[in-house]
Structures are given as structure tokens and as C-alpha cells.
Design a protein around this ligand. Sequence first.
Ligand code: GLY
Ligand code: MN
Ligand code: MN
Length: 442
Amino acid sequence: MSSDRTLPGPSPAEYALRRQRVLAALKQSVMIVPAGSLTTYANDCDNRYRPDGNFRYLTGFPEPGAILVLRPDAEYPVTMFVPARDAQQEVWTGRRHGPEGATQVHGADAAYPLELIADKLPALIDGCDTLYYSPWRHADLDARLSSILKTLRQKERFGRRAPHTIVEPGELLSEMRLTKTAEEVALLERACAISAEAHRAAMSVARPGVGEWEIQSEIERVFRQQGAAGPGYGTIVGSGANGCILHYVENESVVKDGELVLVDAGAEYGGYNGDITRTFPASGKFTAAQRAFYEIVHDALEQGLAAAKPGATIDGIHALTLKLLSQGLIELGLIKTSLDEALERELYLPYYMHRTSHWLGIDVHDAGRYRQLEASRPLTEGMVFTIEPGLYLQSGDETVPAELRGQAVRLEDNVVITATGARNLTRSVPVAADEVCALVGR
Ligand code: GLY
Ligand code: MN
Ligand code: MN
């Protein structure tokens, strides 16, 4: 398979190292990770293909339907089943690597066409006590494995041995994925830099009268032009009350003078994602009430960023954010109790209903536990996550001052924990009110 463009992504050596680490942890077990298949957009047209996050973590093999099998004590510890070369099919759906490409380009020790799975897979499972596999997500493979396990069990008296334990692969992989390597941080930095450039472009094309869809198209133009695969999630451009809808992706309203515009957009580059939100006035000028409202969220973002360091926790940053936003809501007159009572009774919930952070990486909401048993998990070097405080004042809420009704502010940066603190990967798009205003419409 040839192509004129080298796709960005982790190096072959990095992939090999990840697989080695998994193989070392598996001991007498086997892990099966399917890439997943195409999902349908309409009738017989498909969505853009995106491999399962665990598969993508372990191999750069780019075609749907492939299956990775890791078994440390096998003759070939890294085995792949991939779509066979097929000149006719390739005319319709694109070039294929075939088993040869899986071994020569993507580091498998052995590779077979998918048709050989019934022949080859049982021996890779036979003799293991534990099977790492995530059931109920790939019906065909579930059925295949169920049949293989049944046969192995029936043949135990002839010396076969079926696994008696099935373990979610995330048990191992999510922990590995949570701490990013230097290569991963570099890819995330690029994803974030492209995302930041797109946000600056979005601000520059914004003005009253522009369509939300036009701002979206400018963002996604920059993504592709800069070498990103595209948006890592549905781009959100919400003007006015649309900003109060957390997953607003229709982007179908015309931006009006006096409105705030909330843009949440991130590029996928080399398999890794940026996830940035900025909010700005359509006209380039905040009203006094909007500026005060904006500053509450901006202050929460800055203090959250300042709190991010080794030993701090995601829960701690969320608690700090709740405190700052609740204090702001008291100042706006929306909460009429003491701060302690507001926090105790969660009176902020109508205005701030989501969490402040999530892990960021191959998946926008990336793998990794947030708590260890009951305790908040201390942040350590290489963890990458978002900080995204927001306030949403619904248009139907008559307790909100009229000049702020139907307005929303969310601000979202992406940080990596370093040995001594944290590095903000998304600061190249301004967030200070005056700097934002200076960019809007320019
Ligand atoms: N854009 C998805 C999120 O902020 O979590
Ligand atoms: Mn986010
Ligand atoms: Mn976001």
C-alpha cells in the first residue's frame, strides 16, 4: 500500500514498546482487541472510520475490521487478523495492507486474513487461564469467541484448556493510556496548537450576521489545512441561548449583535485530540454585565490551572471550581444563601451541571480511572486533562437578570502535568477578555 502523505502518529518504535509492556503484564494470558467496524451514516454510506481507542493505542493499522491478538508465550506474540488484499474490493473501499502490510509496516509477528480466524484463533486462546476481551461491543467476534470457548471446554479432557476468567482489557490499557509518553505529549501539543489556531480563526471571522455554520466551517478548514484528520468531536458553535445547550452541534443560527458566542472545538491529529472552548462577544465588545459574568468563569479557569500540579486531584480542582462559580452566582444574585450552604445544597447545579475535567488523549474523554477505590487520584507527571468551568443561564429562567438571560460562558484549556507543575497546551488562543475582544472580527 502506498500513499503520498505520511500520516502523523506515534512511531513504530513507540507502538512496539506499548505492545511489549502489555505482553510483559499479560504473563499466561491472551488479549484480543478488535479495531471495530465502520458505522453507518445513511443507508449504505459510512461515517469517517475511527478505530477503537485501545486498538489505536496498540497499533497504527488503519483499516476497519482488523483484530489484534497479544499472547506472550505464543510462537508469534503479536498476531493480527486483517482484511485480505482484494483488487476488486479495493477499487470500492480503498487500498488494503493485507497480512503482509500488517507484519512489514505495522509490526505484527504474524498476520492472517480475517477468513482464517476460525482456523488460527483457537490455538491462540488454548491454554490461557485469562482472556482479556471486552464483550458485548462486537457481536460477530462475541459469537466467534463464545463458540471457541465452548469447543475448548468440551475438549479439556483431550488436553485443551479454556480461559476461566474474562477481564476487561481497560484494566491494563487504561492505566497505561493515562500517563502519556513524550511522543504522546508531542502529538497532543500539535493537536492543541492546531485547535488553538482554529479558535483564533473562528474569532476573526465572527461578527453579527455571520452563520454559526460559517464559523464552524472556518474552524474545520483550519483543522484540515493544518494536517489534522478533522474534528475530534462535533464542533459546537452556540450563539446566545444555543450556548446553554451543552452538546449543541446543529450550528444553524445566525449570530446576533449583543450575543455571546460559545465555541467548543478540537482537532484530531495523529490520533490525539485537542478540546478547547472559548466564549466571545459577537460584536467584539462585552456589555458590563457580560464582562462581569465572563470574569467569574475566567477566574475559575485561571485558578483551576494554577491548582493543577503533581499531587493535586481532579476532584480537588472540581471542588475549587464549584466554590468559585458558586461565589460568582451569589454575586450575580442567583444564589441567595451563604457559600457553605450553596455548596452543601448544590445550588449551583442549574447553572453548572457538568464536571470540570476529563482525561484527554486518543479519545476526547480518554481512558483512565478518576478515583482509586474511594480516594481521589493524585495527578502525576504525564497526565493530560481539560479544565472547563462554565455557567449557563437559561433563557426561560426568570430569576436571571434580563441582560444575562439565555447566555452562557465556558472556557476550556488542556494541560499536561509536569514534574513540578503543569503546562497549558492551549494558551496560544487568548482567554483574557480584552485580548479576546481584540481578535473578534479582525
Ligand atoms: N467537547 C467535549 C467536552 O468538552 O468534553
Ligand atoms: Mn472537554
Ligand atoms: Mn470541549
